[in-house]
Design a protein. Structure first.
Length: 260
């Protein structure tokens, strides 16, 4: 397919590369920042543009990979071309596009992306939604050229999935940051925690997280938890966070044993 990528961020970068590697032609890359557009366009052999009115009318597909609050504005401008357009957002309803066109869908890759780290797109779940069955078939076929994991997920399901992804990815990464800061305050290297983090991630690849829970809260070890809280006495917000998480883990553990 002849595709124009709207955006030049992390998702746009990885999707553009996946399309190119699958043999699809990237016609243009649009970004408000010409330097960013040019950088991505160079790697996928496309034309960079920073003016939406310079869109190539021969494009078959617009992939809108930008901030959620700008999707509607861009969709309104692209609707006049009467071409298939999709957004890549986990939290944005399909109706954001349907307000401007019936030829629309969602092409949501469920993964965390960084421009500097390669991702094997064949293993990235792609969540598809479409305005009608024919578009769903078209997007599914396209998705299958770049990923082995393609799912039909509607807007309501996708929002739940996105929420779960925040708990599974964004929040743990924030907790890693807290852990690194605690270690740094006491001249300890974060490298010490990397094997622990890796082992935890590997465990949930083969079992449910609740069955893998360990630590003082899972053991309801009040002495250790109180000692930890004492170590956090100078950071009340972390004491609060530690307490809330520990209380929920205790409840989770009780529930797994059928306790009331």
């Amino acid at each position: 397919m002849h595709t124009t990528i709207i955006g030049s961020g992390n998702v746009a970068t990885h999707l553009a590369a996946a399309f190119k590697n699958a043999g699809h032609r990237i016609v243009q890359v649009y970004s408000r920042n010409m330097q960013n557009a040019a950088l991505l366009a160079y790697h996928v052999k496309a034309e960079p543009i920073d003016d939406i009115t310079n869109i190539d009318p021969n494009t078959d597909l617009f992939v809108i990979a930008i901030k959620d609050d700008a999707i509607g504005l861009i969709a309104e401008q692209l609707a006049s071309y009467k071409k298939l357009m999709v957004h890549t957002s986990g939290a944005t309803d399909l109706y954001t596009l349907l307000a401007f066109s019936d030829n629309v869908g969602v092409f949501y890759p469920l993964q965390t992306f960084s421009k500097t780290k390669e991702v094997d797109f064949r293993n990235v779940p792609l969540c598809i939604e479409a305005a009608d069955e024919n578009i769903a078939k078209q997007l599914t076929a396209l998705a299958q050229t770049i990923s082995n994991k393609v799912y039909l997920i509607d807007s309501a399901q996708r929002k739940i999935l996105h929420l779960a992804a925040v708990f599974a990815c964004n929040f743990p990464n924030y907790l890693y940051t807290i852990a690194q800061q605690i270690l740094a305050q006491h001249q300890l290297d974060f490298e010490l925690l990397r094997p622990l983090i890796l082992e935890t991630a590997q465990k949930v690849q083969v079992g449910l997280p609740a069955t893998m829970q360990t630590g003082p809260a899972a053991r309801n070890d009040g002495i250790t938890m109180n000692n930890h809280l004492q170590l956090l006495k100078d950071t009340p917000h972390l004491q609060e966070l530690y307490t809330l998480l520990s209380q929920d883990i205790i409840k989770l553990d009780k529930g797994s044993h059928g306790d009331k």
